[in-house]
Design a protein around this ligand. Structure first.
Ligand SMILES: NC(=O)c1ccc[n+]([C@@H]2O[C@H](COP(=O)([O-])OP(=O)(O)OC[C@H]3O[C@@H](n4cnc5c(N)ncnc54)[C@H](OP(=O)(O)O)[C@@H]3O)[C@@H](O)[C@H]2O)c1
Length: 279
């Protein structure tokens, strides 16, 4: 199966640039990730999304090396787990992740969940900001943060996160979060962007638009993310679906189609409550 052109990139507020679509790797084992990542890079993917918590950083690193694509052309995201929220602890956890991945630097390091009951994410972010200054990470950000938590990071550290990776799809449009991110130049990156491959892909509106363009339902949903200016990390271990998921840059949806898809929003209460969930 031949590759397709790499996804376009977006510029991040602290100076890096990020592919708009990358490969999610949860819940892949090391062995699955090694194989899927090498296949994905061959197909044209340049961004791979992992986390300490996924337990597959070693496999992701192996897959990236097996691809033969030079490190500087690849974009690796990993995430800080809750037990290391703290200035020094974040730096130690980062070093361990980089070692498992087998890389000298990470392109994007995210606080995986805010864990407000623990109330240590500000210290963690300070530690990560030093990694950014040192060049050991090219971009820093957060995941599952609410607007008030982002405001607090800005007020207490003066550093703008490059990215907030949140649960987002046409049934969870997350308007308040997106408005907050836009106001600060933070890129919104969608997790579970195709609704975990479930009912969303069977939805009659999605199906009707897919038929109109002769595209797969997942491609219509991913194109919707692109029309909104978002980035996304769909996961697949299947090369045909991997290929389809990144092949969304040669057609556009109309504003009416985007609005129709957005009308599927079930409201903020339907999203995972990131004040209560996480690790
Ligand atoms: N920051 C966070 O807290 C957080 C939380 C959850 C996830 N994530 C990240 O986001 C990534 C994506 O989220 P996700 O894996 O939950 O959901 P997703 O990407 O929305 O959906 C993945 C599911 O859809 C299937 N699929 C993939 N492409 C398809 C296609 N073209 N047509 C039909 N089905 C398709 C996959 O199966 P096959 O593999 O068999 O194709 C898999 O079961 C994760 O892998 C992870 O990297 C981050």
């Amino acid at each position: 199966m031949s590759g397709i052109p790499a996804a376009p990139t977006a510029d991040l507020v602290n100076g890096a640039s990020i592919p708009r679509i990358g490969l999610g790797t949860w819940p892949m084992s090391d062995a699955e990730a090694e194989k899927a990542v090498a296949q994905a890079v061959e197909l044209g993917y340049r961004l791979v999304d992992t986390a300490y918590a996924y337990g597959n950083e070693v496999g992701v690193g192996r897959g990236l090396r097996a691809s033969g694509v030079p490190r500087e052309e690849l974009f690796v995201t990993t995430k800080l787990n809750g037990e290391w929220h703290g200035h020094d602890a974040a730096q130690e956890a980062f070093a361990a992740s980089a070692e498992r991945l087998g890389v000298d630097y990470v392109d994007l390091y995210l606080i995986h969940w805010p864990l407000p009951a623990q109330d240590r994410y500000v210290d963690a972010f300070r530690g990560m900001a030093e990694l950014l200054e040192d060049g050991r990470v090219r971009a820093i950000g957060v995941s599952n943060f609410k607007p008030a938590q982002i405001d607090r990071l800005l007020a207490e550290t003066g550093v703008v996160p490059d990215v907030n990776q949140i649960e987002l799809d046409p049934t969870l449009t997350r308007d308040a979060a997106r408005a907050c991110h836009a106001a600060h130049g933070i890129l919104t990156q969608s997790w579970s962007p195709i609704g975990q491959g479930g009912d969303l892909l069977e939805n009659p509106i999605v199906r009707r638009i897919a038929e109109r363009y002769g595209r797969a339902p997942a491609q219509i949903v991913l194109r919707w993310h692109m029309e909104l200016g978002l980035a996304a990390v769909p996961k697949s271990v299947n090369p045909e679906r991997m290929r389809a998921n990144i092949d969304v840059f040669d057609f556009e949806l109309t504003p009416e189609e985007v609005a129709e898809l957005s009308s599927l929003d079930r409201g903020e209460a339907a999203a995972t409550d990131s004040d209560l969930a996480g690790h």
